[in-house]
Design a protein around this ligand. Sequence first.
Ligand code: FE2
Length: 214
Amino acid sequence: MRDMHCHILPGVDDGARNITESCQMLFAARQAGVTEVVCTPHCRDPYFDFDRMWQAYYELKQHARDVSVRMGFEVNHTKLMELGMDWADRLHFEGSNEFLLELSSRCTRDDFQTYERTIFELQGRGFEVIIAHPERYRAIQKDPSIAEDLVRMGCRLQASADFVAGGRLGKEKRPAKRLFARGLYSYIASDAHRVQHYDYLERAVRLYGRDLEG
Ligand SMILES: [Fe+2]
């Protein structure tokens, strides 16, 4: 099983604080059935430092034995706009055209006009756009048909496993269940920031993950 969204790199964002914690997370991931990890540090303020994140990745890679690791980013939409679209070439998953895009948790329906333009542009540049944790976005919580529109546009949707315990912001469980009921998710990922979050991944995959890719 691939875990395509986690904050396992040491000391670069609000995830693992050092290499010891990163290694503990790798162990927990393996125990939860993960065989491949895509490391996706936050590409947003105040964390984003491209070179430092790659250094942290190489450090972790030296310690990864039973789990294969790849580099990626969780790219915040606002940050992508600030950096410029040419940065997309440096922010997709290593070795694939997958691009993990994070929207604003406080988004409104109107914001999706801008988001859709960005998604079309990314797709036009050859990227497969994966929307991180749609269950966390206010507009989708109010109206799940927005998630259907995203899937119709060709996006893949990724659930963050902590929804089983309510989610990072505490309101994600019900919207996630609604999106699962409509068959809209392609992936479940840990979005792990620490070891305990792999328990959620195990639970979420057991409850909802049998037919999902990833
Ligand atoms: Fe994340």
